[in-house]
Ligand binder design. Structure first.
Ligand SMILES: [Zn+2]
Length: 376
């Protein structure tokens, strides 16, 4: 055992627990958007990053633990968050990002901290903005680990996009804009085109590197011993059916991928809203001192989980009201109004934040199939 890391984590745990308590006490006076974006006041989190490229910065969040936080206002090279975890004998990296610039930045920064072998680069799920930079890791001889279904999900969609042009891909979505019956329907359909274009283009420009080491959810939790630092891998369903979280129980730090995000509506391109909400309810029961490195948005404590759950509740409550009033789902989707408290939230697009979630909830409640938005 490594006594240094044990005593350190106990100290930082005690300090972290008390300051998070103060944050909770103050949090009800802080407006929601500020809460979503502010770096938590927690002694585990270094005030200064060890590296900052604009599009992402990397800072210490624990003993041997680092978080890479993307800033999309300065470029989409990273687009998602990630990080790395360093033990006495080996290191792990989290996420492949949207481009090789993102993954190179993370690997180069890791190398300024340690020369320990990198046992694996972990993808939290199969989406483009978490995997398209994987080739940097492959080129460096670093194995890429992910949920066992990630290669199949990626190959079912991305090579197809790479073989067609943007106009062909967008044709059915352009038709939705032309067929729109109202201005709001037209604007919402246009937002889907914008979101889909932002996904199609990076995929079309990239040489895919698939994970080459499959993690089987049936065998989880899996423990990875890095030497004085144990990382536990767990599977949850929600944002996709390939979501994994990486947690460090000794320090209560968790890398969640897009199961947890801040400052934006839940992105439901391939999600399962009811199971996703159950996963978030589980996160809400985690230790009060837990620090989450979410898939997007700022590092957060349990207050961030509560905020995302409240947003999901808001969507579901509006959907349920419409459902009970007999409003057809295509009309109900247009009637959702973004409340003031979420006005600053990003939305991937109307269809994939609100529309698809309504459709799936309607299908569950009615027990009847409903056409669900599908971009693959
Ligand atoms: Zn995702």
């Amino acid at each position: 055992m490594n006594n240094f890391s044990n005593s350190f984590s106990r100290r930082s745990f005690l300090a972290g627990a008390s300051s998070l308590g103060a944050l909770y006490a103050a949090s009800k006076f802080v407006p929601l958007p500020a809460l979503a974006q502010a770096l938590p006041n927690d002694p585990r989190i270094a005030a200064q990053p060890i590296a900052d490229k604009g599009f992402a910065s990397i800072r210490k969040v624990g003993n041997g633990l680092y978080a890479t936080i993307a800033d999309r206002s300065k470029g989409l090279q990273a687009r998602c968050n990630g990080g790395f975890l360093i033990g006495r004998d080996a290191a792990l990296m989290v996420e492949g990002f949207q481009t090789t610039a993102g993954s190179s930045f993370q690997l180069e920064t890791l190398r300024t901290v340690t020369q320990a072998p990198v046992r694996a680069a972990l993808n939290t799920h199969w989406h483009f903005d978490h995997t398209l930079g994987n080739s940097v890791y492959g080129g460096a001889g670093i194995p890429i680990w992910a949920h066992m279904d990630v290669p199949a999900r990626m190959t079912a969609v991305y090579p197809k996009w790479q073989s067609e042009d943007l106009a062909t891909f967008l044709a059915p979505w352009e038709k939705r804009v032309r067929d729109a019956k109202t201005d709001s329907q037209r604007e919402h359909a246009k937002s889907d085109i914008e979101g889909l274009t932002g996904m199609f283009k990076p995929v079309a420009e990239t040489v895919l590197a698939l994970p080459n080491h499959a993690l089987d959810p049936a065998k989880m939790p899996i423990e990875i011993d890095l030497g004085g630092l144990t990382v536990v891998v767990e599977a949850f369903v929600g944002h996709t059916d390939t979501d994994l979280i990486y947690r460090v129980p000794s320090q209560n730090v968790i890398y969640t991928g897009d199961l947890l995000t801040g400052g934006q509506y839940p992105v439901n391109i391939n999600g399962y809203p009811t199971r996703w909400r159950a996963t978030l309810a589980k996160f809400a029961t985690f230790d009060k001192s837990t620090l989450f490195v979410p898939g997007h948005g700022q590092i957060m404590g349990l207050e961030g989980v509560a905020e995302m759950r409240a947003c999901f509740d808001d969507i579901a409550e509006h959907a349920e009201k419409s459902y009970k009033a007999g409003v057809p789902v295509e009309d109900a989707v247009e009637q959702y109004v973004v409340p003031d408290k979420y006005k600053n939230y990003r939305m991937f697009s109307w269809g994939f934040a609100i529309g698809r979630t309504y459709q799936q909830l309607y299908a569950e409640w009615s027990g009847k199939p409903v056409n669900v938005l599908n971009c693959s």
